[in-house]
Design a protein around this ligand. Structure first.
Ligand code: PEP
Ligand code: MG
Length: 293
C-alpha cells in the first residue's frame, strides 16, 4: 500500500486504471526545472530571451540557451515554442507600438510577416542545439490561424532539420479546422489562455471579465473536444498547455475528452498527478460528457 501511495505521487501521469496522460512542465525562464518530476517540457516559452532588449538575441546566444534545456532532459520530450511576441508580450524591435487592437494584431507567428529572419534564426539555433543532445526535441508555433500557416511553419521547421513539428491551437478558427491542421503537423497543443480570450472576445488581462474567461465553459470545452477528436482520428497527440491544465477537475475533463498530455507550471504537477491517479478513465469520460452539456 505504501509503494502504491508513493507511486501515486511520482512517476508518469495515468488514470486509476492506467490510461496514460503525460504530465509535462511549462518553462518560461532560463531555469529548465530539470529536478522536477515531470516527463518532459510541454511548453518552453522563449520570449524571455527576447524581452527587454533592443535587438534580437543572436544565433549563438539562442543556441546556448536551448542546449542548456536539452541537456537537462536526455531522451525526454522538450517542446520549444517559437517566439510569441506582441499583445501581452510586446518586443521593442518587433512589435508595432500603435496597433489599435494588439491582441488581434501582428503577434505570435504573425511576427514573421515583417521579420521572417527572427523565425529562421530561431529554428536553426534550435536544430543546431538539438543535434548535440539526446532530448526528443519538438518545435511549435504560437497563434496559428489556418492550415496554410501551419503548413508554411512545418515546412520551415523541417527544412531547418527539426523532425517533430506542431502548432498551438489558441484561435477558434484553428480549433474549427483542427483536422486540416493536423494533416500538416505531427502534434498540436491547445493554449487555453488565448483560446478562451478569443472564444469569448474577452481580454485575458482584464480581471473584470474573469467570469467569461472561466475555462469550465461548455463553448471552450466544445472546441477542445473537437480538437481532441481530430487528433484521435489522425493518430496524433493533442496536449493542453494553458493554465487550465493545472486545474484538477479540468485535467480530468480534458483526459475524458481525449487530450493526451497536460503541461503546467511545476507546483501543479503533484496535484494533477494525484487527481488522475484517483479517477478512472471512464469517470473522466463521464465528467467530460457532463461538462460539455
Ligand atoms: C495559452 O495561450 O494558453 C498559452 C499557453 O500561451 P501563453 O499563455 O504564453 O499565451
Ligand atoms: Mg497563448
Amino acid at each position: 500500500a505504501r509503494a502504491r501511495a508513493l507511486a501515486a505521487h511520482t512517476g508518469p501521469g495515468r488514470t486509476a486504471d492506467g490510461h496514460p496522460v503525460a504530465l509535462l512542465l511549462n518553462v518560461g525562464s532560463g531555469d529548465p526545472g530539470g529536478s522536477i518530476d515531470a516527463e518532459g517540457i510541454g511548453l518552453f516559452r522563449t520570449e524571455f530571451l527576447f524581452l527587454d532588449r533592443t535587438t534580437a538575441p543572436t544565433f549563438d546566444e539562442q543556441r546556448t540557451a536551448y542546449a542548456n534545456v536539452f541537456a537537462h532532459y536526455p531522451g525526454r520530450p522538450v517542446t520549444i515554442r517559437t517566439l510569441d511576441a506582441g499583445a501581452d508580450k510586446p518586443l521593442r524591435f518587433a512589435t508595432h507600438p500603435d496597433e489599435p487592437n494588439p491582441a488581434l494584431g501582428i503577434r505570435g507567428y504573425r511576427t514573421t510577416r515583417h521579420h521572417p529572419d527572427l523565425l529562421t534564426t530561431q529554428l536553426s539555433a534550435i536544430a543546431s542545439a538539438a543535434a548535440a543532445h539526446t532530448a526528443d526535441v519538438r518545435v511549435m508555433a504560437p497563434m496559428i490561424a489556418t492550415p496554410t500557416e501551419a503548413a508554411t511553419f512545418a515546412d520551415a521547421a523541417r527544412s531547418a532539420g527539426i523532425p517533430s513539428v506542431g502548432v498551438m491551437i489558441e484561435i477558434p478558427a484553428a480549433a474549427l479546422r483542427a483536422e486540416a491542421i493536423l494533416a500538416e503537423v505531427d502534434f498540436v497543443s491547445i493554449g487555453t489562455n488565448d483560446l478562451s480570450q478569443y472564444t469569448f472576445a474577452a481580454d485575458r488581462q482584464l480581471g473584470d471579465l474573469a467570469d467569461l474567461l472561466d475555462p469550465h465553459q461548455p463553448a471552450l470545452l466544445t472546441l477542445i473536444a473537437m480538437v481532441a477528436k481530430a487528433g484521435a482520428s489522425a493518430g496524433k497527440p493533442v496536449g493542453v498547455c494553458g493554465e487550465a491544465a493545472a486545474d484538477p477537475t479540468l485535467a480530468r475533463i480534458f483526459t475524458g475528452l481525449g487530450v493526451t498530455s497536460l503541461s503546467m507550471s511545476a507546483p501543479a504537477i503533484p496535484t494533477i498527478r494525484a487527481a488522475l491517479h484517483t479517477t478512472t478513465h471512464a469517470e473522466c469520460v463521464a465528467l467530460a460528457h457532463r461538462a460539455l452539456t
